[in-house]
Design a protein around this ligand. Structure first.
Ligand code: CP
Ligand code: NVA
Length: 329
């Protein structure tokens, strides 16, 4: 399905029928109300998974991944199985999608065979290109621009720790202004929270994403800020989030990035500036000693494995809604 714009999706729409056939390429593909509804379904699935064991019977998804994955692949495949559907994984690490045949031809084949497509790609345009030609839902399982499935799981984790009302919650992200930072900014803004992204100069989030996040915050009462000062960002924060300094595909820059990003390392000294009861978050995989120290990620404040678990529940909710399954049967 063609990508919807922020303006198209800001109307509050709830109910499973409003989701069927749509894509999840950006957090902006769901309105703030739809994000809330999706997380309500995810929470219900987490509580009573057995109620949904046939919800996607007769449906199939195919996953094409140009990059490695542990969490995303397993949670989509296990999630589909738990919903009574079937998944197929295609290792696409040897060649980029679109190299063997045009994406449009791939899309016009896939829509005749399966119920949905899940893509992990380098170029974001590969995901939008597939969605533009396929009549079936396309889900972004990470592109260079966004990681919306991660952000939905992160928001469920924030809700579990701080309640549904995030209007008094400050989330600080320290590190690279990358795909994970982009989707986190959008989802926290959509939830009406306060997000501060601290990056080195030259590694800020894209201005276009920051503008989308600010537009969402203007609707929800949230707040979006950017800084180059990690200490200012984490001071008084309720959650501190970081991600790898060199994303997949940036391995050649790893040594240079390590030097540049070291002042943004989330260590015990930086984490001590947070509010009482603050949590530490990371999408994983993590590099202890680089973006986070072991005494933080392995501390009681860390909720990284709850985030990883919530990938399963939130992606099950997304698949149920987009593939038009039966909820709460
Ligand atoms: N967080 C995340 O997407 O993990 P994987 O790369 O293992 O899928
Ligand atoms: N920013 C990281 C996230 C991995 C889940 C990457 O793109 O490699």
């Amino acid at each position: 399905m063609a990508t919807s714009t922020l303006a198209d999706t800001t109307a509050a729409r709830t109910g499973t029928e409003k989701f069927a056939g749509r894509d999840l390429i950006s957090i902006c593909d769901f309105s703030p109300a739809e994000i809330g509804y999706t997380l309500d379904i995810a929470a219900a699935m987490k509580k009573n998974p057995g109620n949904y064991s046939h919800a996607l019977a007769g449906k199939q998804i195919v996953l094409f991944f140009e990059k490695p994955s542990l969490r995303t692949r397993i949670t989509f495949e296990a999630g589909m199985s738990q919903l009574g559907g079937v998944s197929f994984f295609v290792d696409q690490t040897a060649s980029r999608l679109g190299a063997r045949e045009p994406l449009s031809d791939m899309a016009r084949n896939l829509e005749r065979w399966v119920s949905g497509v899940v893509l992990r790609t380098y170029a974001h345009e590969t995901v939008t290109g597939m969605a533009g030609h396929a009549a079936i839902p396309v889900i972004n399982a990470l592109s260079e621009l966004e990681h919306p499935c991660q952000a939905l799981a992160d928001l469920l984790t924030l809700r579990e720790n701080f309640g549904r009302d995030l209007s008094k919650i400050k989330v600080a992200y320290a590190g690279d202004g990358n795909n994970v930072a982009h989707s986190l900014m959008l989802v926290v803004a959509a939830a009406g929270g306060h997000i501060v992204v601290a990056t080195p100069k030259g590694y800020e989030p894209l201005a276009s994403i920051a503008a989308q996040a600010k537009a969402l915050a203007a609707q929800t009462g949230g707040k979006v800020e950017a800084t180059n000062d990690p200490e200012a960002a984490v001071t008084g924060a309720n959650a501190v989030y970081t991600d790898v300094w060199a994303s997949m595909g940036q391995e050649a820059e790893a040594a240079e990035r390590k030097r540049i990003f070291m002042p943004f390392q989330v260590n015990a000294k930086l984490f001590s500036k947070t509010a009482p009861g603050a949590v530490f978050m990371h999408c994983l995989p993590a590099h202890r000693g680089d973006e986070v120290t072991a005494d933080v990620i392995d501390s009681k404040a860390s909720v990284v494995f709850d985030q990883a678990e919530n990938r399963l529940h939130t992606q099950k909710a997304v698949m149920l809604l987009l593939l038009g399954g039966e909820s709460g049967c």
